[in-house]
Ligand binder design. Structure first.
Ligand code: IPE
Ligand code: IPE
Ligand code: MG
Length: 255
């Protein structure tokens, strides 16, 4: 009996106390927050409640990333393809975004978080844009985690938008053709000066990128988990980081 207790205690400790190497914390983590609908379905709840439950996971992950010293956290919240969902679901997601920004703003600001976004924000409902603008403005001088919300984001349209901006600058002679390098091209993407994600996490068991950070993910480490986003928590994040820390990032070179 004593042995059995010790076994459970040991296993619990290893799960709850994941030791991370503080010198190898990824600078940029990006998460495809997926599985809200399935989480709700398993509980016979409407999909909108799954999205609502996902906000709790956002809270936990933002706090933990800030504590761990992660510099950028990009959360895929709404893709360019998600407009094809039923209107009611799209509306509930937009409403949730406004609510999230209103309810969480103070705590995020107190924790020195910078609120930022990537994607074509101009197509979001006015109320979302108003709340986002307020949040950018009030947090822009903060020094902590950059919380980067991917909203109406699509990797392909981001690349097309970058090409359009470059063409315009070429036409207006702001740049010349031989100045166009990979580095310069990166600066024309929504992510601008941000470093590429070191680690991309996708919960819910799907093994794909779904149009997320197509250019920036060239050398990202990928980590998948079967649990749905609303069940994601700090220890799951730490498991992903612990796994990342064991990997050998070669970038095509030999050691
Ligand atoms: C992710 O959860 C949230 C968004 C894409 C906005 P889903 O709504 O895709 O959940 P599943 O994949 O249907 O379970
Ligand atoms: C990706 O999830 C988009 C977001 C998490 C915002 P989806 O649920 O839309 O992706 P697919 O349809 O499974 O590829
Ligand atoms: Mg999904």
């Amino acid at each position: 009996m004593k042995k059995l207790f010790a076994f459970f205690k040991k296993n619990k400790d290893t799960k709850d106390n994941i030791e991370l190497d503080k010198s190898k914390i990824p600078e940029h983590i990006a998460i495809i927050m997926d599985g809200n609908g399935r989480w709700a379905k398993e509980r016979n709840l409407p999909r909108a409640l799954g999205h609502r439950a996902g906000v709790e996971a956002i809270r936990k992950v933002v706090k933990e990333c800030n504590n761990l010293g992660v510099k950028y956290l990009t959360l895929y919240a709404f893709s360019t393809e998600n407009w094809n969902r039923p209107m009611q679901e799209v509306e509930s997601l937009m409403k949730l975004l406004v609510e999230y920004l209103k309810n969480e703003f103070e705590e995020l600001n107190n924790n020195d978080v910078v609120i930022n976004s990537i994607g074509n924000i101009s197509k979001l409902p006015r109320l979302c844009r108003v709340e986002l603008d307020k949040a950018y403005e009030k947090t822009k001088n903060n020094k902590g985690l950059v919380l980067n919300l991917a909203l109406n984001y699509g990797g392909r349209s981001e690349i097309v938008d970058a090409v359009k901006k470059i063409s315009l600058d070429l036409k207006n002679k702001k740049i010349s053709e031989d100045e166009i390098t990979e580095d310069l091209f990166s600066k024309y993407l929504y992510t601008g000066e941000m470093p590429d994600p070191d680690l991309i996490i996708r919960p819910s068991g799907e093994l794909r990128l779904s149009n997320f950070l197509l250019w920036q993910s060239a050398y990202s480490e990928l980590w998948f988990s079967d649990i749905n986003w609303p069940d994601f928590h700090e220890e799951e994040l730490k498991s992903a980081i612990a796994d990342y820390q064991k990997r050998d990032r070669r970038f095509g070179k030999v050691k």
